[in-house]
Design a protein around this ligand. Structure first.
Ligand code: THU
Length: 161
């Protein structure tokens, strides 16, 4: 037997330490929380995608009385970007969450299904996507979905024998 040790590099910084372009993307994600439809969880998430033409596309979580029919903010933003600009890859996505009257202190990290969708985006456009997870006290940033979803299932998995 052998053991594979995987390492994950996460940059941790505060909002004030962020570059101007990252600040702009985070502000767009924070602002998008206002458009969330979250009457069931009251947990309002915003996501902002930066396309490689500089455009910012936002999304927010959209819940449903039939709970599984709702969708996370990240997938709303990514699918919207893909539908409007199918030929544009993504440079980065920022995520923020507003809960009980304020933005969360801890970084808002994407759920497993959103990670899988982000992996597809990297594969589709053959380009790494920076993921910025906003929290009031600190921000987490990874260079690629590989850091959050190692050993992922992708198109090469389908053709492997
Ligand atoms: N949610 C997101 O939109 N993104 C995440 O990364 C985590 C969870 C939403 C789904 C649901 O509407 C609410 O937050 C509570 O889980």
């Amino acid at each position: 037997m052998k053991t594979l040790n995987l390492t994950t590099k996460i940059n941790v910084y505060t909002f004030d330490e962020a570059s101007e372009s990252i600040k702009k993307l985070i502000e767009a994600a924070k602002s998008a929380t206002k458009t969330a439809y979250a009457p069931y969880s009251e947990f309002c998430v915003g996501a902002a995608v930066m396309l490689d033409n500089g455009k910012i596309i936002t999304g927010s979580n959209q819940e449903n009385a039939a709970y599984p029919s709702g969708l996370c903010a990240e997938r709303v933003a990514i699918f919207s970007a893909n539908a409007q600009y199918p030929n544009k890859g993504m440079d980065a996505i920022a995520i923020a969450a507003f809960n009980k009257g304020d933005f969360t202190n801890v970084p808002c990290c994407p759920c497993g299904s959103c990670r899988q969708v982000m992996a597809e985006v990297e594969s589709r456009y053959n380009k790494k996507v920076k993921i910025i997870m906003y929290g009031k006290s600190e921000i987490y940033e990874v260079d690629s979905i590989d850091a959050l979803l190692p050993l992922s299932f992708g198109k090469e998995s389908l053709s492997d024998i």
